[in-house]
Design a binder for this molecule. Structure first.
Ligand code: GCU
Length: 348
């Protein structure tokens, strides 16, 4: 839903109505509640696109999207801007994909894994150890020769992918002991993102994968429902998972991209010229976020150590070996295999 600029209270009421109308399982925050304020301040423009984000407003992607909104407003003479709603304010990622499909939310940043539920070929971007480095991943994500067809493949389900951010490297952490080898994960319940691939991956790595939205993880570990999770250093520290799961082991098994999704109808409602400006600024946002990411990860590790977390560097070869069957199990179509080959070729 595109919102014309209006008083905050009116906006909140509209959102609540729209969210109710689309019948999603998500409750809109109460009017006037602290949660109801986007992290990006109050942008001025005729049309304010809402961007759903599940992490805090200081994360590189949120900063870059907020700046994109400002540049967009300037370059479209105030026709468009963006407002980033951080911290799952508009729902967990799974909900926000549905809200984008329904046209209730204009854009969402979601982990690539979630789009496997709409087209399993997305798996080629989300497999363990598929990328050699952040540079490799970024070269793949925004090269139309590699990802162009994939990104438009689910338009019949009202989702268009506009590009992808690198969201760091993920490793496992838990409340019990450092992980040195796959056997050390035996008996541990580790939260994974909501795709079958991730559940199976964790099983192959030696533990048990439990799919869940990011916002519930802290309490689940604290109450013993989970033993840990797997994520980058920034989420680990920012969401204070280090308090309840102080052993962070650098298995470095995943680099999951965060993809920017919208609905074709929303995006194409802009003129061709404005769309071109948006896409140009999006490239700049990718670059800005990329530069911030490395720093944020290093600072987050230091903050977690300060808070008492213990980091260790296991030999990753046995983990890499353990997850190999996932390739055959998941790359089941020619398109997915071809995509995977192109991703790997970009590393060379
Ligand atoms: C990271 C990633 C998100 C993802 C989250 C998660 O924060 O950037 O896209 O949702 O991890 O583990 O759920």
């Amino acid at each position: 839903m595109r919102l014309k600029k209006m008083a905050a209270a009116g906006t909140a009421a509209l959102v609540a109505v729209a969210l109710t109308a689309c019948g999603g399982g998500f409750e809109a925050p109460a009017e006037g509640s602290a949660e109801n304020t986007g992290g990006a301040g109050a942008p001025e423009a005729e049309t304010v696109f809402k961007v759903a984000f599940n992490q805090n407003a200081d994360q590189p992607e949120a900063v870059a999207m907020t700046n994109l909104g400002e540049h967009l407003a300037e370059r479209t003479d105030g026709r468009y801007t963006l407002e980033v709603f951080p911290n799952e304010t508009l729902g967990a990622q799974k909900d926000t994909v549905e809200l984008v499909q329904a046209g209730t939310v204009d854009f969402a940043l979601v982990a690539g894994s979630l789009l496997e539920n709409f087209n399993p070929d997305f798996v080629a971007l989300n497999l363990p150890y598929v990328y050699d480095s952040q540079e490799h991943q970024e070269a793949v994500l925004n090269d139309p020769e590699i990802t162009g067809d994939l990104y438009t493949s689910i338009e019949d389900q009202n989702i268009r992918v506009l590009g992808g951010f690198s969201a760091g490297t993920r490793s496992v952490y838990n409340s019990s002991h450092p992980i040195e080898k796959p056997e050390d994960l035996s008996g541990l319940k580790i939260r994974v993102m909501e795709s079958d691939t991730n559940t199976r991956m964790l099983e192959l790595m030696g533990g048990t994968g439990t799919p869940m939205g990011q916002g519930e993880v802290y309490t689940a570990i604290q109450s013993g429902v989970l033993d840990g999770g797997e994520n980058n250093e920034s989420i680990y520290s920012n969401l204070k998972h280090d308090e309840v799961a102080p052993y962070y082991s650098y298995t470095k098994h995943l680099m999951i991209p965060d993809l920017l999704i919208t609905s074709p109808e929303i995006f194409d409602s802009m003129s061709e010229e404005d769309r071109a400006v948006f896409l140009e600024e999006l490239q700049a946002a990718f670059e800005e976020s990329s530069e911030l990411t490395a720093t944020v990860m290093t600072e987050s590790q230091a903050a977690a150590e300060e808070a008492g977390a213990e980091f260790n560097e296991p030999d990753i070869a046995p983990f890499r070996e353990a997850v190999k069957p996932l390739l055959d199990e998941k790359l089941t179509t020619d398109t997915a295999k071809d995509l995977y080959d192109k991703v790997r070729a970009a590393a060379e």
